[in-house]
Ligand binder design. Structure first.
Ligand SMILES: [Zn+2]
Ligand SMILES: [Zn+2]
Ligand SMILES: [Zn+2]
Length: 272
């Protein structure tokens, strides 16, 4: 499974859209890996996890052919994870696509409401189809087996983390979430993960509700190792960083490395 991190910032981006703080000014000055757009990942070129408002920019920066994109798996409705309006641009006249199969979206009911609000006046059927998913119900999406599990995030909707299995590789896409709910752990310990992506919005702070920091990430790593759901070969990756952590990429990278984590950055690619 080939994973490309298109964005690795929290909702506000980094430098944050309206912010004048020191962390944003330093990121601007140093550039490179310190510039973090809103979070999403591309897997094997055809599966996208989340669809942030920066997706068009991601296409430009990474030279991604989104006419080849087949599936978008959505974690929750927050604006940094789902920007519905751009799907209109897949209609005829805006997009000429060789393969006439629809782009399939998968997500919760709240995100479907946003989809309908933005696009309900258009005939999207067969162009972009929305599929509602339920926690603990695995779905076959292309060659992938995808299982949504409950996240600890926003109370107003069913936010999901996802177990994604493709060709014998197993990935846990674990954000946005605080320390995982016990009901999710019952499922999680039954897998053998090759890769685990975790929410590190709070950086080195020990916060674990709604989002996480590194201490909660370490606890998750240890629990997965202890229950044999992970091994020394499992790649643990942290992402979704907020400017509030105040650390430049090389600083968080060094701290993460000392605890066996890889700090993702925009454009980072890994094979698991
Ligand atoms: Zn987010
Ligand atoms: Zn800032
Ligand atoms: Zn969120």
């Amino acid at each position: 499974m080939k994973i490309k991190f298109l964005g690795t910032g929290a909702a506000e981006g980094w430098p944050a859209i309206f912010c004048g703080c020191d962390a944003c000014k330093r990121a601007e000055k140093f550039g490179g890996k310190n510039i973090r757009t809103r979070t999403s990942c591309l897997i094997d070129d055809i599966y996208m996890i989340d669809f942030p408002p920066d997706t068009y920019m991601h296409k430009l920066i990474y030279n991604i052919d989104l006419s080849k994109l087949k599936y978008v798996i959505i974690t929750h409705s927050h604006s940094d994870h789902f920007y519905a309006y751009d799907f209109e641009m897949r209609l005829e006249g805006f997009a000429y696509i060789e393969d006439d199969s629809p782009l399939n979206l998968y997500g919760n009911e709240k995100t479907k409401e946003l989809f309908d609000y933005a696009l309900g006046h258009l005939d999207m059927e067969g162009v972009v189809d929305y599929n509602i998913v339920k926690a603990f119900s695995p779905l076959k999406i292309g060659d992938a087996l995808v299982t949504p599990l409950p996240a600890d995030h926003s109370k107003g909707e069913d936010c999901f983390i996802y177990v994604i299995q493709i060709d014998g590789s197993t990935l846990l896409y674990g954000h946005d979430s605080g320390y995982f709910p016990e009901e999710s752990w019952e499922s999680l310990v039954q897998y053998e993960f090759d890769g685990v992506i975790l929410d590190c919005t709070f950086g080195t702070e020990d916060l674990r509700s709604g989002h996480m920091g590194l201490p909660a990430n370490i606890d998750i790593k240890n629990r997965l190792l202890k229950s044999n759901a992970a091994s020394i070969d499992t790649k643990f990756i942290i992402t979704h960083f907020s400017h509030n952590i105040g650390l430049m990429h090389h600083e968080i990278e060094e701290i993460a490395k000392a605890h066996g984590f890889i700090a993702a950055y925009d454009g980072f690619e890994i094979e698991i």
